[in-house]
Unconditional design. Structure first.
Length: 290
């Protein structure tokens, strides 16, 4: 099982030196990847479940921030948790993601996309909230088509996007297409992961039975779509203080990657939390000089 860590500027702030130090320490500890979330815009009264989101949360653009992190690191993979793909134009997004992947020499490899849960955010971007799932499906198809297309161009005709003989270069670094994981905590998200995703990253407060049902659904949809269900990665959130027993339990559930958050607001204590997990699980690359 692989270990990744999240950096949300909503709680950790936007100081660039802190962000770089955090990412470099995570890399030195042996974490596989750094994940960043997205909200394009917030507003008063925006609710995430039963929790109201403060309208002044300093949420940076995750792709811009990840490219900044990539320039200051050398190994750690770059992930989104999640990128709100219905609010992005896939022709522009294909270029942005390929650019980051090329400049980071193949590290933009844990793109996780989701639908978004704030109706006001969708309205502000001119997206019909009710049909954002269909828009996301189409956007995923467009991304893969553009990345795999050659100099002769590719064409697409869909409900939301259309183009003829379009070329998108540069291509991702050394691969035909970037992996796309699907995030969400619904059965619709599980189906999307099976039909189109390279992995499933469920969130939410779900019962163990519902989590198992959703994973089974993702795998069955993959098989029905002619895809290998065994190749579907399964990512979950976990505590940075998790025990060996908890890690073994998650692995038994089929989890292939966990993403953790630091709990302290102190930068030194944050690094200590990362180091403690790295030592507990003997992550490769741990810098034991600290």
């Amino acid at each position: 099982m692989k270990f990744a860590i999240s950096y949300s500027t909503a709680s950790l702030g936007v100081d660039p030196e802190h962000m770089v130090a955090y990412a470099r320490h995570a890399e030195a500890c042996g974490f596989e990847a750094l994940y960043m979330p997205e909200h394009v815009a917030l507003y008063r009264g925006a609710m995430l479940g039963s929790m109201e989101l403060p309208a002044d949360l300093p949420l940076v653009d995750p792709l811009d921030a990840l490219s900044f992190v990539a320039a200051a690191t050398s190994r750690i993979l770059l992930g989104t948790g999640v990128l709100l793909v219905p609010y992005q134009h896939p022709v522009v997004l294909a270029k942005r993601l390929a650019t980051i992947d090329v400049l980071s020499r193949g590290r933009m490899r844990l793109l996780t996309v989701g639908l978004g849960s704030l109706p006001g955010e969708a309205r502000a971007l001119g997206v019909d909230f009710r049909s954002r799932g269909r828009r996301a499906d189409e956007a995923i198809d467009v991304l893969r088509l553009l990345w795999s297309g050659g100099a002769d161009g590719v064409s697409f005709r869909g409900e939301y996007f259309a183009f003829d003989e379009l070329c998108s270069f540069p291509k991702p670094y050394g691969v035909t297409t970037l992996p796309i994981h699907v995030g969400g905590s619904s059965r619709a998200a599980a189906r999307r992961a099976g039909q189109r995703g390279d992995g499933y990253f469920p969130g939410g407060m779900l019962s163990p039975q519902e989590r198992a049902t959703q994973l089974d659904l993702a795998r069955s949809e993959a098989a029905a779509s002619g895809r290998d269900p065994g190749a579907l990665e399964y990512t979950r959130w976990a505590s940075i203080s998790m025990t060996q027993e908890r890690a073994e339990a998650l692995a038994a559930e089929g989890v292939t990657r966990v993403v953790v958050n630091v709990t302290s607001t102190d930068q030194t204590e944050q690094q200590d939390e990362m180091s403690a997990l790295a030592e507990r699980f003997e992550l490769a690359g741990l810098d034991r000089r600290r």
